[in-house]
Design a protein around this ligand. Structure first.
Ligand SMILES: *[C@@H]1O[C@H](CO)[C@@H](O)[C@H](O)[C@H]1NC(C)=O
Length: 355
């Protein structure tokens, strides 16, 4: 009986059970596609790992959004219907609109990102707004790119629209007048994830929009990836690497260090390195037991200053702040203010491939 009790509990008592797929059937899906509304669908193969890893994210998004137009569909049970809709890789996430338009989601399979994507698909690629309205639109999305475009600047206007159409699934775009008396166009942007703003008057180059958008969408504390690796290794800044192995660790660090990273942005670039993926970036300690949590790479000298994490110690902003103060010989965090942060001289472009 004890055993049976457990079996029952396994199917009904564990919290994840509340977050199980609730697929619509074929009739329901066809009805949704024929209806006058939109439908956001996850086409899944429940037995495949890639579909399984979407399950909790999708179901909790459905609960959060309370939107009956967000559904999932089991393509193992209904292969013909999926085939008819040309779904061939899984999970496939699509929005079908009432006008017959369909948008495919290609981003990270996280509930928050998928919700933002859904909202973007209803919007025009570019909002045209007066200056007052534009100010309110800065909260529209994680990253909002604004063209403050002079009425004579047709070239930038056209390029801005083309660029926005290409990237409308990832960011939001606004066009607004350049302001009273302004003689030139400019670009501004807001990154609401890090609460950072940028501005530039350099709009003439062909790649200006691309470059500016990249700058705006970069995280304050980025993670080293195959894609940004080269650029990262060639930076002329001091770099503070945090070594982590799980996403939870990385997110917690980002959250805790954001104010500190912003405060010292001129002095040091904070970054995250996956210790499993890049084990050779972790400085050797010589002792198997100790764990390196941080490593500061000084740009002038290439000297690497490691920080060993004690057993059970959690890296707080206070600890990291003190570590930086000590490493750069600046007064303690409580007393220091921005004026005391030493200005760096003209540094050479250098590489630290020796890592
Ligand atoms: C499909 O699901 C709906 C409810 O979502 C139900 O009313 C209907 O009977 C189901 N159809 C079939 C064929 O199972």
């Amino acid at each position: 009986m004890k055993h049976l009790g457990w079996t029952l509990c396994l199917t009904a008592c564990l919290p994840w059970q509340a977050l199980a797929w609730n697929h619509v059937n074929g009739t329901k899906l066809q009805g949704a596609l024929d209806s006058s509304g939109y439908t956001l669908i996850a086409f899944v193969m429940p037995s495949q790992d890639t579909s399984k890893s979407l399950e909790a994210e999708w179901v909790s998004m459905q609960e959060r959004e309370k939107d009956d137009n967000i559904v999932s569909f089991d393509c193992e049970t209904h292969p013909k219907m999926c085939n008819d809709l040309d779904v061939s890789s899984f999970p496939a996430i699509r929005v079908y609109h009432r006008d017959g338009r369909m948008d495919r989601y290609r981003g990270e399979r996280k509930g928050r990102e998928i919700s933002l994507f859904l909202r973007r698909t209803f919007r025009p690629a570019v909002f045209e707004a007066d200056e007052q309205m534009a100010e309110q639109l800065t909260l529209l999305d994680d990253v909002v790119i604004m063209g403050h475009i002079h009425p004579d600047d047709w070239n930038l206007y056209d390029r801005f629209y083309d660029f926005a159409k290409k990237h409308k699934d990832d960011y939001s775009f606004v066009v607004t007048p350049p302001g009273y008396g302004a003689t030139r166009s400019r670009l501004t942007c807001v990154n609401n994830l890090d609460d950072v703003k940028h501005e530039t008057y350099e709009t003439a180059a062909v790649e200006a929009l691309e470059k500016f958008t990249k700058l705006c969408s970069e995280l304050l504390i980025p993670e080293l990836t195959r894609r940004n690796r080269k650029e990262y290794l060639r930076t002329s800044k001091n770099v503070l690497n945090f070594f982590a192995t799980t996403n939870a660790e990385k997110e917690a660090y980002r959250e805790d260090m954001r104010p500190l990273a912003k405060k010292h942005a001129d002095l040091v670039q904070f970054a995250i390195v996956d210790a499993t993926e890049y084990p050779d970036m972790v400085p050797a300690t010589g002792e198997a037991e100790t764990k390196i949590g941080l490593a500061l790479i000084k740009s002038m000298t290439g000297v690497i200053v490691p920080y060993q994490v004690q057993d059970g110690e959690k890296l707080t902003a206070k600890i990291v702040g003190k570590f930086l103060s000590d490493a750069f010989g600046i007064p303690g965090q409580e007393k220091s203010n921005d004026a005391q942060v030493p200005k760096r001289g003209h540094e050479q472009e250098r590489t630290h491939e020796e890592l």
